[in-house]
Design a protein around this ligand. Structure first.
Ligand SMILES: Cc1cc2nc3c(=O)[nH]c(=O)nc-3n(C[C@H](O)[C@H](O)[C@H](O)COP(=O)(O)OP(=O)(O)OC[C@H]3O[C@@H](n4cnc5c(N)ncnc54)[C@H](O)[C@@H]3O)c2cc1C
Length: 281
């Protein structure tokens, strides 16, 4: 095996902790390398926090356009009613063509992707400015404090570090619910790459991520059902906070002879989101 290239600091994974640590160490004069197999900057700017907030913002615009009249807009800009509050402008940038039926999810997606491209460019600038070397490839340990990197462009590099930091993050998993993986469910990654509006989205899990996705897709106009097996939405919150999130239309699930559970909802009224409590499977 070839002699490893030696660094003062070697960071595996360019997520939230790793990249800031690497930039700081490199700026302070340490020879630093970061190995990243796919997502420059990690999941937050590429698939998680910022892409979800980007689409949530588009969904908010969709909702505002739909309710534009409440804000003094009669869908055509010439009908502006300045006696009410000016609310919706630039709707097209967010994928809305003034009429809610004209939602263009390809534009929503394009806007999100353009933001990610900008963030990646920014990360690359920060790597260059700090002096930390970004190596694109998958690292695996071959000896203590030594890794072999299968480079994305082909070939390998062997690296060692006085100090090696792991920032290898997490990824979405498909729970072991019978039949679920055969149904090819979406994780956050695929959901945020949709270029069409599903007629009905079922969200498994009523934590923050599930809830914000549910709200966004409801605002885009899809029917949405959230299924939460615990006693409350947003499980880590105090019960009174969770109760405030809970809409009045919290359906109950009942056992079904086929061992699946079905969820019932109050028939009256048109709920904006539907919530069901119960386990699936
Ligand atoms: C939809 C969604 C929305 C979210 N919104 C928010 C939010 O608004 N605010 C918030 O605070 N949090 C939010 N989160 C959580 C947040 O995204 C994560 O907590 C955070 O991104 C995790 O960062 P990390 O650095 O630990 O890991 P990651 O970002 O996963 O970084 C790890 C990196 O290591 C790389 N890697 C792994 N193994 C190797 C290897 N062997 N070789 C080379 N590279 C490797 C991976 O490719 C990855 O890029 C959200 C999560 C989701 C799913």
């Amino acid at each position: 095996m070839s002699q490893p290239e030696h660094f003062d600091a070697l960071v595996i994974g360019s997520g939230e902790g790793g990249k800031y640590l690497a930039w700081h160490l490199a700026k302070s004069g340490r020879r630093t390398a970061v190995v990243e197999r796919k997502l420059i900057g990690g999941s937050c700017p590429n698939t998680n926090c910022l892409p979800s907030k980007n689409e949530i913002w588009s969904a908010k615009v969709a909702d505002l356009v739909r309710r534009a009249e409440q804000f003094g807009m009669m869908t055509s800009p010439s009908n502006l009613d300045m006696t009410k509050v000016l609310a919706v402008r630039r709707a097209e940038q967010f994928g809305m063509m003034t009429s809610p039926s004209n939602l263009d999810m390809t534009k929503v997606l394009a806007r999100k992707r353009a933001m990610i491209d900008g963030l990646i460019a920014l990360h690359l600038e920060l790597y260059t400015a700090s002096g930390a070397e970004l190596i694109m490839g998958a690292a695996r340990f071959t000896a203590p404090k030594s890794v072999e990197v299968s480079l994305n462009d082909g070939g390998t590099r062997t690296l060692s570090g006085d100090r090696v930091f792991l920032n290898i993050g997490t990824h979405a998993t498909i729970p072991g619910i019978p039949g679920l993986s055969d149904a090819s469910p979406l994780t956050n990654v695929e959901a945020l790459e949709l270029d069409r509006l599903p007629s009905h989205l079922i969200v498994l899990g009523g934590g923050y991520v599930g809830l914000e996705l549910a709200q966004a897709y409801r605002r885009f106009g899809a029917a949405v059902t959230v299924i939460e097996s615990g006693p409350q939405l947003a499980a880590r919150e105090d019960p009174d906070v969770a109760a405030a999130i809970l809409p009045s239309r919290w359906g109950r699930c009942r056992p079904h002879p086929s061992q699946t559970r079905t969820c019932g909802f109050p028939a009256s009224g048109s709920s904006r989101e539907r919530f069901a409590r119960g386990s699936v499977g």
